[in-house]
Design a protein around this ligand. Structure first.
Ligand SMILES: [Zn+2]
Ligand SMILES: [Zn+2]
Length: 437
């Protein structure tokens, strides 16, 4: 309980105020303006008008309620130092050196929360929390009520606007019952502004809702989409086919997330899987993908210092600044002589983990991870992007490839790896061991 309260306070404290202010502003502006206009457009002294107003208030309340529940329930963190009941099963799982425990199936380490999150979907800046196992239903309900409420608000505002600008016409033709909406300058401006916001919410949040519903119907999070895509890519040209273990059919998939009470199903660790799969089908695939990634890793030596800036205009020039990697992952500060294990390549940027110790710290990390990353710990070296012109590749004596191979799936791994922040754990033969088990 103590832990939960501290966490709650921590979460509230870390929501960036402009985000909170902007979101509150949008909600307040649209809600108040819609209520004001609906009073004139369809006064609540009729049954229809009363129902219209009641429905709008209900939708607004449900939006706020689900927003707060998604924020404060959180996605559900995996307990620190977690390991499976059967010690033998650890070989099928990845290890998270930050949480000092194994990652349960479908759990991923979130850099922003700095914890392993159960069935992590994504870290949402709007709720300043992860969306995952425990709050997936609340988050989806929040999106759904926000969209339906905004559609109703748009209808009310369009109707009011139309009646308002035709007021003189109604009065001239003696249709006094329709001349109920009258605008002042400010109410006209606010009506148009709120209408724009409401339509914006319908489009933007509607798209998010569409992706969430699609993910729920497939029982696949955003991260699992990447894992599956890579799994299929790895098997291209072979007869082997990867079976995604959590696809139980549309109806069952929906019941895995949505319910009337929004309570999460199970414990977020053990999952219902298809008959031809087991609990570790996906984790073993992840381990195999990691092993492939390690085999691709190349070592680079730093020949020019990297500042760790997101826009290193003065030190690196325009070319580097104009083609940044489109991700909020950290940029690392490097000094001449450092060596870096590079796993991803862009035209002007490289992503890797610094190998040799020096006084380097991750630039621009969030506050929670700052304390950990600033003190160089042997278990977690700084990793991030740096300008390509700062480094040259060290060609190993037994290396016959010489130059870097541009791999098309690097773009894919880019987004996927963003979530795969945990440190590597050597279980390459996982698939084999499972077969013999
Ligand atoms: Zn972790
Ligand atoms: Zn998170």
């Amino acid at each position: 309980m103590q832990n939960g309260t501290q966490l709650l306070i921590g979460v509230i404290a870390t929501i960036p105020w402009p985000v909170r202010l902007l979101f509150k502003g949008i909600i307040k502006c649209v809600t108040l303006m819609t209520l004001y206009m609906s009073n004139m457009w369809w006064p609540p002294n009729t049954v229809g008008g009363l129902l219209n107003k009641f429905l709008f208030l209900l939708l607004s309340s449900l939006t706020v309620f689900n927003f707060l529940m998604a924020t404060f329930t959180g996605a559900g963190y995996l307990e620190l130092g977690w390991k499976p009941k059967d010690e033998n099963d650890t070989k099928f799982l990845q290890y998270c050196s930050v949480c000092e425990g194994y990652k349960a199936p479908r759990s991923h380490h979130c850099r922003k929360c700095n914890r392993c999150v159960k069935k992590m979907d994504h870290h949402c800046p709007w709720i300043n929390n992860c969306v995952g196992w425990a709050n997936h239903a609340y988050f989806t309900s929040f999106l759904a009520f926000a969209v339906i409420g905004s559609i109703q608000a748009s209808i009310i505002l369009v109707g009011s606007f139309y009646r308002g600008i035709h007021r003189q016409w109604y009065l001239y033709h003696g249709q006094f019952q329709l001349a109920t909406v009258h605008f002042g300058l400010w109410s006209l401006i606010l009506c148009i502004f709120s209408l724009g916001l409401a339509i914006g919410v319908v489009i933007a949040v509607g798209m998010l809702l569409y992706f969430q519903i699609r993910a729920i119907m497939r029982n696949r999070t955003g991260i699992e989409d990447w894992i599956l895509e890579k799994a299929n890519y790895r098997r291209e040209g072979t007869s082997e086919k990867f079976v995604y273990p959590y696809d139980l059919g549309v109806k069952e998939n929906i019941f895995q997330v949505l319910s009337l009470t929004c309570t999460p199903i199970g414990d977020g660790i053990t999952w219902k899987v298809r008959d031809d799969c087991d609990q570790y089908t996906l984790t073993c695939e992840q381990i195999a993908q990691k092993a492939e990634k390690r085999a691709r890793t190349r070592v680079y030596k730093i020949i020019r210092p990297a500042t760790g800036s997101y826009i290193p205009l003065f030190s690196q020039g325009f070319k580097v600044c104009l083609s940044p990697p489109c991700t909020d992952e950290p940029r690392i500060k490097l000094e001449v002589g450092d060596t870096v294990r590079v796993t991803r390549w862009r035209k002007h940027w490289l992503f890797g983990e610094r190998e040799s110790p020096s006084s380097v710290a991750i630039n621009n990390e969030n506050t929670t991870s700052k304390s950990k990353s600033n003190s160089i710990s042997p278990k977690r070296l700084p990793r991030g992007w740096f300008p390509r012109r700062c480094a040259v590749e060290l060609v190993q004596p037994d290396d016959d490839r010489g130059t870097i191979q541009y791999n098309e799936d690097e773009e894919i791994s880019g987004s996927y790896d963003q979530h795969q922040e945990s440190d590597e754990h050597n279980h390459v033969d996982c698939q084999e061991e499972k077969k013999t088990k």
